[in-house]
Design a protein around this ligand. Structure first.
Ligand code: 3HC
Length: 295
């Protein structure tokens, strides 16, 4: 049976983008957050994004209203009991994800498909003992309304029927699916993380300034943003977490988090979302923050 009712758990940067895209594609969506404050914040983010789309002429006011009417916001996990597909986008922590899916397993019918938007945790580790045949990774990219790719991660236990249903769903939300093997980092982060870390190593070695390294990749290679801007955009804390998970899996130094990444996170500079990362994002244009104590 085709997927019709979707649940999105977690309404942060990724969850709100996923909920917006799914609702805009005509699906009934229930969005769940742990508390009223993050729920209200996530809802505001979605409303802001939809308003921007209307402003830019990409969406009619009627379609915005219809998308919002298809979305229900809740803190009650029980509301997800009638969903055909539940997409999880909570913190990148295996124990937290397993706890959530164990609760959902007791609530949802056996045919409900469980999906995780994890950027690097193996799906099998998350799904073991919890309907592993109806469990996939659905890895979206930031900003979700813009980026066309979704990595569909197939674990060694995911059934062919589940993959077919999920592929059809991804196409219905007008994204491009690819299949990725269930190994930490999948395809994109396997290639992207070493690139980001090499940029940090280059900065640490004084190969170039932060702005010049960013400029080099934008003007020399046609990337839409340089590596430091991209790390700030993804979230420095998120990038660090992905490195840790990949290093734990492969024990390959190329995924080991550089000291500078850890120090910036320790200072609470998580990137664009927190106002400061490698750049200061509080003004109209990002300003590179000095890393030599001269702030
Ligand atoms: N929501 C909706 N639309 C957005 C948006 C958002 N948050 N941000 C930008 N857009 C739209 C704009 O409205 C604009 O649309 P238009 O061309 O129809 O007017 C278009 O995107 C381009 O935006 P801008 O002109 O404002 O700015 P840019 O040309 O600099 O593009 C960007 C912004 C699309 C973010 C571009 O810089 C880009 O593609 N950057 C790289 C993003 C990337 O690599 N993402 C993947 C990160 S890795 C990841 O997410 C995986 C995780 O596991 C780590």
């Amino acid at each position: 049976m085709a997927i019709q009712k979707v649940g999105v758990v977690g309404c942060g940067l990724m969850g709100s983008g996923i909920a917006e895209v799914v609702a805009r594609s005509g699906f009934d969506v229930i969005v769940r957050e742990v508390g009223e404050a993050p729920l209200a914040q996530g809802k505001k983010r979605i409303e802001g994004s939809l308003a921007k789309a209307v402003e830019k002429g990409k969406l009619s006011a009627a379609d915005r209203d219809a998308a919002l009417a298809r979305m229900t916001f809740t803190t009650a996990v029980e509301k997800l009991a009638d969903r055909d597909l539940v997409i999880e986008a909570i913190i990148e922590d295996l124990a937290a994800k397993r706890e959530l899916f164990t609760a959902l397993d007791a609530l949802c019918p056996k045919q409900t498909i469980f999906a995780s938007n994890t950027s690097s945790l193996p799906i099998t580790d998350m799904a073991a003992g919890i309907r592993a045949d109806r469990f996939v990774g659905l890895h979206f990219f930031n900003p979700v309304p813009v980026m066309k790719l979704v990595e569909v991660v197939r674990s060694i236990a995911t059934s062919k029927a589940t993959m077919a249903e999920v592929f059809a769903f991804v196409k219905r939300i007008e994204k491009e699916p690819i299949t990725a093997k269930d190994t930490a980092g999948f395809v994109v982060n396997l290639l992207l993380i070493p690139y980001m870390l090499d940029a940090i190593h280059a900065l640490e070695r004084g190969v170039g300034s932060m702005e010049d390294i960013d400029k080099a990749m934008v003007l020399g290679c046609g990337h839409p943003m340089g590596p430091f801007t991209l790390i700030d955009f993804v979230g420095i804390d998120t990038t660090l977490r992905i490195c840790e998970i990949m290093y734990e899996e492969y024990r390959d130094p190329k995924y080991a988090p550089p000291g500078l990444l850890k120090r910036v996170v320790a200072l609470g500079r998580f990137g664009k979302k927190s106002g400061k990362g490698f750049y200061d994002w509080s003004g109209a244009a990002p300003i590179p923050l000095p890393l030599d104590g001269e702030i």
